[in-house]
Ligand binder design. Structure first.
Ligand code: UT7
Length: 335
């Protein structure tokens, strides 16, 4: 940096990828006791995307990453480090970061997986910003990708979660900034007291073996959720996290061009919008088409908003998330 300001990181390019197979609410109603009306009224979701056999979470990430690289004008070899946020990695271990490094054909660069679920992309951007500010790297690929569909319980006992989630990926190329654009503030939080209110219990190292046939039969490999508790906390924590980054920078909410909340439930997004007193056009929502894609939902929604011209270079954007852990947080950035 030669402009005398402290280094800052900015988003140089974005990309997203959704698998082509559309699964409607009526499709799910063939498999479990639910209805299009219930799902739309309670969640705002009309359809979501599911991968076909043979497509992995890393494959979705690779497709989103290649679009982000092109959008940023980077060659793959420009990437110096990978941050990969997911709760649905291809394998229990190792993480998807190293697999993405390999699939992109990169040299043996560092790759770090983040396990903060719906808040994963916000955490990852904060880590990228810190690594760049510290001078360790200049160009970092940040990815959120999920294959939820293979972990859901597609029967009556799984209906409270199966109807919510979808597959997809989004990616951001994050680079050292030489102008006023970039990340302005981050807030990151967690409270493990609520870990079991939204979790996948098995496989896990609390038991021997990590997973058994009985666990699978009992549905313990599918998400377990205390929906009302998650909802109650989400509508409180989203505005808190958003307000923290606004206060830290002295920014009134009215100056935001767009709020991109994690897409958990259209009712949660609406409650947050009202609480922040933002007009509808200033809040991104695509849950109707994709459902909740966890760590992928924010980069997909941001990438779409940029494609649609709703966000332009220099605009103030706030990203905010809440999810399993519980974890929650927000990032304020000048795009
Ligand atoms: O990314 C973060 C992760 N997740 C979230 O943020 C989700 C937060 N929670 C929610 O979005 C909502 O709590 C849900 C959408 C999951 C549920 O909506 P709700 O208005 O809180 O419904 P409820 O849990 O109070 O359930 C109402 C009824 C229940 O029946 P009874 O007990 O009243 O007879 C459920 O059994 O709806 C029933 N139900 C369903 N009915 C049809 C639950 N799931 C379904 C379903 N189809 N898929």
């Amino acid at each position: 940096m030669d402009h005398g300001l402290p280094p800052r990181a900015r988003i140089a390019g974005l990309g997203h990828h959704l698998p082509p197979r559309v699964v409607t609410n009526d499709d799910l109603a063939q498999l479990m006791d639910t209805s299009d009306e219930w799902i739309r009224e309670r969640t705002g979701i009309r359809e979501r995307r599911f991968v076909d056999d043979g497509t992995s979470c890393t494959d979705l990430a690779e497709a989103a990453s290649r679009k982000a690289l092109e959008n940023a004008g980077w060659e793959p070899d420009d990437v110096e480090f990978i941050l990969f946020a997911t709760l649905s990695p291809d394998l229990f271990f190792p993480g998807n970061g190293a697999r993405l490094q390999h699939q992109l054909g990169l040299g043996p660069i560092g790759a770090l997986d983040l396990r903060t679920q719906c808040t994963g992309f916000v955490y990852a951007l904060s880590v990228a910003d810190a690594l760049i500010r510290a001078g360790q790297y200049r160009r970092i690929l940040v990815v959120g990708a999920e294959v939820q569909s293979r972990g859901l319980r597609m029967d009556d006992d799984g209906r409270d979660t199966a109807v919510l989630f979808g597959d997809g990926a989004g990616a951001a190329c994050v680079e050292a900034s030489d102008d006023e654009r970039g990340f302005l503030a981050h807030s990151l939080h967690s409270d493990g007291a609520n870990a079991l209110d939204l979790c996948v219990r098995k496989p896990g190292s609390l038991q021997v073996p990590f997973v058994s046939a009985e666990d699978i039969a009992a549905g313990d490999t599918a998400p377990h959720m205390n929906g009302r508790e998650v909802f109650r906390n989400a509508v409180r924590r989203f505005p808190e996290a958003i307000q923290e980054v606004l206060t830290a920078t002295g920014t009134p909410a009215s100056e935001l061009k767009l709020l991109v909340p994690h897409q958990a439930n259209a009712r949660i997004t609406e409650a947050v919008r009202r609480r922040m007193e933002l007009p509808e056009e200033k809040v991104a929502s695509n849950i109707e088409r994709y459902g909740n894609t966890t760590a992928a939902s924010i980069p997909i929604a941001l990438s779409e908003a940029v494609e649609e011209g709703r966000v332009e270079r220099g605009d103030l954007v706030c990203l905010a998330a809440f999810g399993a852990g519980f974890t929650w947080g927000a990032t304020l950035l000048r795009y």
